[in-house]
Design a protein around this ligand. Structure first.
Ligand SMILES: NC(=O)c1ccc[n+]([C@@H]2O[C@H](COP(=O)([O-])OP(=O)(O)OC[C@H]3O[C@@H](n4cnc5c(N)ncnc54)[C@H](OP(=O)(O)O)[C@@H]3O)[C@@H](O)[C@H]2O)c1
Length: 227
């Protein structure tokens, strides 16, 4: 395999679009760490798409790494897309349950940081591209999005520090805000009452949301995937 792509949240939304794009290249193996498989991906050979049923709110498991190790060749480029994320609960601080806070941090921060740590430990000799799917909410304080925005800011900072730490080796880091996408996350946003709800409803009504397929292609170009 020329490329191995490890991706979280590959069963729908932007993650599925990234997988569909990667599947067009016969020499790419996709390793999906997701809670389910999209129906379009059922029946795809495990030589192209390996599915590891993974709930990111559970403790980190590095079981998938052995499979990656057995498929990787000296010149394989390894990609990791930190894609899965949860925006809920959209609510004011003071109203969260303990579990809401814990789950947001586990899914958006704890699991992906463990994953990055494990990848960087095992694949230090391979060209490795780590892509952080971020959000404007990492920098803009959107009321009622404190948990989501803070988790996105945490991952942005991790990537910035890692880029500094690894300036002269085989690891490359990208943090990419994909734009406002026509996915399940926007459905959840529109369903919740918060100060900017009308703004997000208008984006949908005015047909201003980006399709995940277009965002995925833009991301592949940004990371020079086709070079
Ligand atoms: N949509 C936007 O407007 C927008 C804007 C800026 C940035 N982003 C970013 O883009 C990325 C993709 O978002 P999206 O729009 O595609 O969102 P989405 O449609 O809501 O998809 C979220 C993905 O995360 C997975 N996920 C959630 N909780 C999980 C868990 N506990 N374990 C494993 N997987 C879990 C979901 O899988 P399940 O089906 O199992 O829940 C799904 O695959 C995210 O990082 C998001 O922050 C999105």
């Amino acid at each position: 395999m020329n490329k191995i792509i490890i991706i979280t949240g590959a069963n729908r939304g932007l993650g599925k679009a990234l997988v569909d794009l990667a599947l067009k290249d016969d020499n790419t193996l996709i390793v999906s760490l997701s809670r389910s498989l999209h129906e379009h991906h059922e029946g795809i050979s495990s030589t192209r798409l390996l599915f590891f049923k993974t709930d990111l709110s559970e403790p980190f498991s590095n079981a998938f790494l052995e499979q990656v190790e057995s498929s990787i060749l000296p010149d394989t480029v390894l990609y990791f897309f930190n894609n899965a994320s949860i925006i809920l609960p959209i609510a004011k601080m003071g109203s969260f349950k303990d579990l809401d806070i814990a789950t947001s941090i586990k899914v958006n921060v704890q699991y992906p940081v463990n994953l990055i740590n494990a990848l960087m430990s095992r694949f230090s000799t391979h060209e490795t591209v780590l892509v952080n799917i971020s959000s404007g909410a990492a920098n803009n304080p959107i009321p009622h999005w404190s948990l989501y925005g803070a988790s996105k800011a945490y991952m942005n900072q991790i990537y910035k520090v890692l880029a500094e730490e690894n300036a002269a080796n085989n690891f490359t880091f990208y943090t990419i805000d994909p734009g406002v996408l026509d996915t399940g996350m926007q459905v959840q946003i529109r369903k919740n009452i918060f100060p900017k709800q009308d703004y997000f409803k208008a984006l949908k009504d005015d047909d201003k949301l980006m399709q995940p397929e277009d965002a995925a292609l833009k991301i592949f170009h940004t990371i020079n995937y086709y070079e």
